[in-house]
Design a protein around this ligand. Sequence first.
Ligand SMILES: [Zn+2]
Length: 250
Amino acid sequence: MQVSCTQCGALVEVAADALLVECRFCSSALVVDGEGVLFREAMRPTVKTEDVPSHLRRFLAGDQTVSGLDREAKLGPPELIFFPFWAFTVGEGDEERTELMPAAPSSLQGLHGLRLPPGDTFPVSGQMQELAPVLEPEVPAATAREWLRQRTGPNLKVRRTVLYHLPLYRVSYSWRGRSYHVGVDAVSGRVFPADYPAKAEAPFVLVAVLAVLVFGAEGIIVSSLFAKIVLYLVSAVPLIGVAWLVSRKV
Ligand SMILES: [Zn+2]
């Protein structure tokens, strides 16, 4: 079949089963999707391999993960890849934004609806492979657009679709005999966890229940308002102590 190049408009011959082609007139890298031919771009990595651990440690030290994880986790070597995203430019009137949807299956959280990070883009070329392995799209653009529609509503108007290859470091780390996986955006340094040892919620719920019971009992037993306030203040001290201990240990 013949398709027209999105950059120069020339007719390009494409084999029926081809997914990726290069325009022989302007050398643009193109991807053939169900509905036609789309432009491909890549973004240059700016986060250096040696800086990946510091980005990762910041996430490991955060509120979502068990305490001490940043000190105890043993990090594996970061592996750079180019991960494919469908970039949909959507909007009404003058308002425009670009939303990314993963074009390949991934267990990393937070890849849906990602914003395009500001950075240098360059046309896709064979030299990219020397920089890092390039993952090819497996999810059709139509499927990804349907995901986007489910997130943003049925009146979504897509003005432009581009396949973006964003550089991403894949890192695994081990903690207490188990291994976990994360992705680190090689442009923004943002961390996308697949799974992680999360803070357990049960101890916090117990502290809250204990506080409700103590304050509730005091409220029923003591009738004088002044005595109530004094009693609340006094019993708050050990409760805050317990909460503090729990937040340190968990
Ligand atoms: Zn062309």
